[in-house]
Design a binder for this molecule. Sequence first.
Ligand SMILES: C[S@@+](CC[C@H](N)C(=O)[O-])C[C@H]1O[C@@H](n2cnc3c(N)ncnc32)[C@H](O)[C@@H]1O
Length: 186
Amino acid sequence: MAAKRNFLKQFFKDRKMVGAVSPSTKFLGEKMLASIDFDKAKGIVELGPGTGVFTDIIMQRMRKDAKLLVFELNDDFYETLSARIDDPRVQIIHDSAENIAKYLPEEEQTTQDAVISSLPLMVFPAELRQAVVDAGYNSLKPKGTYVQFQYSLQSKKFLESIYKSVKITFTIKNFPPAFVYTCKKK
Ligand SMILES: C[S@@+](CC[C@H](N)C(=O)[O-])C[C@H]1O[C@@H](n2cnc3c(N)ncnc32)[C@H](O)[C@@H]1O
């Protein structure tokens, strides 16, 4: 309950950054992560974890030798998540999602298996939207997977212009109901 209240508080502080009034449901998390082959994935990037609903599921499923980079720009979410998560596989980064490349060693650029994004793309200025999606794309290996949830279908054309394929599913088991975009790199 406290986490939900804090989420709403962060929304009122910065609507455009937070982009939602409450954390996502675990059900949406399951849908977001259904296409990821956790038995194989060694490099995963999460953008915009908020209170960490998806982060927790990723940590339960990821390999012992996998790495998870988590980008959270909001001060409060970053501090709360950093205090809560103590796992050597996970690096929580207080920086904007467009800077992924800065945190990947030379030999790990363009090698990530999956990027899981909750960023409120359509409330971002166009330039930031392009920069964060490009950063995700560039971090992925060939045939890597980018998963994004949104509350509308507005991102369809944009993501189709970048990824080889985009599949969209919908769930009402979230507030608000959400579309999950699962995108594959060439
Ligand atoms: C819609 S919330 C989703 C939170 C959480 N993943 C969930 O589903 O409950 C969007 C999150 O993206 C974060 N965010 C917004 N802009 C960001 C940026 N440029 N880089 C990293 N995180 C950002 C917000 O602070 C917020 O935590």
